[in-house]
Ligand binder design. Structure first.
Ligand code: CAO
Length: 416
């Protein structure tokens, strides 16, 4: 069976997380991804957070499946020549170096266009044009500057970052969409183009509902679904941290379940969706709330949300999170157990769909990874292990037309 991006060749000049997540997705869709790494050292993540001495870290292996790796010193003249050949042969260059690094290497947009006018040059940067465009950025900086941190956490605590890598992997996803869109447009124009996904922009895109709330707050001075409202607290000028409140029109909260005293994840997310209010009241034994004017309508419930959730919690605490999930789903009440990473890793249905995959690696042995979360019916994903450093240098250079002698000379010069 053919793959969706078969025939597309990617010059993968990415490192750390944001760029590699993007090129990994493209590889899963069938692109030939050639990862160009620094001679001798490679992507810094190969050695970061190691759990097995001398084996590529899980950080690296889990972000670089289905790629080929070549080492190349792109600061030496003969290394630049190899890069030029790669630029001529590839469809897309993806990079996430610090701002200006590619220019300093001598590969400006103009130069790349000269070499290959069809080349799509896709970049992750911390910020778009503006006061911070020259800054280096890591995940949590993006979460803080993109609006996620100021709106995450509890009202009486500091701003919080989330465990979801929305700055890195979130931006990689945005970039991947930009790349396939540019490839599609190139079909009609024959031209390449620049694609930029700034981490601040990607995080802000994911925080869209909070900019919605900023404007609601400015217009009305109050947001009734926020916990501050039922707590009787004043709103300030900016969107406050909403704890575990739902970001949508149906109120929700995290509630304790049986075992919460010892299990940090014995909780369930409970959504008091309006259409199933009657069912909720019946399940928790509060049928009088169905007709009581203080509880019967969503609007009447808003100032009482805190005490309503406390009452629902009295019920959830008598059930395990999985028992509560089963009972509530019988009545179509939207809810979700708080799953630990251990529970997710062991979940058979995620293995069956390929969302969690066991991969074998020649140095580290078997490990678990997250497979392709996007399923195409006509382009299935086979997850293959990440490459060793420079594993494909000779193979790729030979494909580019370099003779065995020329390859040996480059190795002698320590360019590869
Ligand atoms: N051969 C020779 N030199 C190479 C090379 C190669 N194959 N690959 C990279 N280099 C050079 C670069 O040209 C650069 O040199 P100069 O500083 O002389 O221009 C140098 O290696 C270091 O690149 P860098 O500045 O990108 O790396 P860093 O570790 O200092 O910074 C990071 C890392 C992530 C902060 C920075 O790359 C960045 O801000 N990237 C954009 C935002 C981003 O993607 N952040 C997400 C990171 S994931 O959390």
């Amino acid at each position: 069976m053919t793959k969706a991006l078969e025939g597309v060749r990617i010059l993968d000049f990415t490192h750390v997380q944001s760029g590699p997540t993007c090129t990994q997705l493209l590889a899963w869709f069938g692109a030939d991804v050639i990862k160009v790494e620094k001679t001798g050292e490679g992507d810094a993540t190969r050695g970061q957070l190691r759990d097995i001495q001398d084996a590529d870290s899980l950080y690296f292996t889990m972000l670089n499946h289905n790629k080929r790796s070549i080492t190349l010193d792109t600061k030496k003249p003969s290394g630049k020549q190899v890069l030029e050949t790669l630029i001529k042969e590839c469809d897309v260059m993806v990079e996430n170096f610090a701002p200006g690094a590619l220019d300093r290497m001598g590969f400006t947009w103009e130069r790349i266009q000269e070499l290959n006018p069809k080349m799509i040059v896709a970049s992750v940067k911390g910020f778009g044009p503006g006061p911070y465009e020259d800054c280096k950025v890591y995940e949590n900086v993006a979460q803080c500057t993109g609006g996620a941190a100021s709106t995450t956490g509890f009202d009486d605590g500091p701003p919080m970052v989330t465990g979801a890598q929305i700055g890195d992997s979130g931006t990689g996803l945005h970039l991947a969409l930009g790349i396939v869109t540019a490839l599609y447009q190139r079909e009609k124009t024959g031209r390449g183009q620049k694609v930029l996904a700034a981490m601040q922009d990607a995080v802000l895109n994911l925080c869209r509902v909070k900019l919605r709330d900023q404007q609601r707050l400015e217009r009305t001075g109050v947001m009734e679904e926020y916990p501050q409202f039922s707590d009787g607290k004043a709103f300030g000028e900016a969107v406050p941290r909403a704890g575990n409140a739902s970001g949508g029109g149906q109120p929700g909260w995290v509630l304790r379940c049986k075992g919460w005293e010892t299990d940090p994840n014995a909780y369930i997310y409970f959504i008091a969706q309006a259409p199933v209010w009657g069912a909720i009241c019946k399940v928790i034994g509060r049928e009088e709330w169905i007709t009581d004017p203080d509880y019967a309508t969503p609007r009447a419930r808003l100032p009482r949300l805190k005490s309503i959730f406390a009452t629902i919690e009295e019920w959830t605490m008598t059930k395990t999170k999985f028992e509560a999930m089963d009972i509530l789903n019988e009545f179509d009440i939207p809810c979700g157990p708080i799953l630990s990473m251990k529970e997710i890793a062991e979940e058979p249905s995620l293995r069956e769909t390929g969302t969690i995959v066991e991969v074998d690696h020649p140095v580290r042995g078997k490990y678990l990874t997250v497979g392709n979360p996007i399923k195409l019916s006509d382009s299935p994903t086979d997850v293959t292990r990440s490459p060793l450093l420079g594993e494909h240098t000779d193979e790729v250079l030979a494909q580019l037309g370099y003779s065995a002698e020329a390859i040996a000379a480059l190795r002698e010069e320590r360019v590869i």
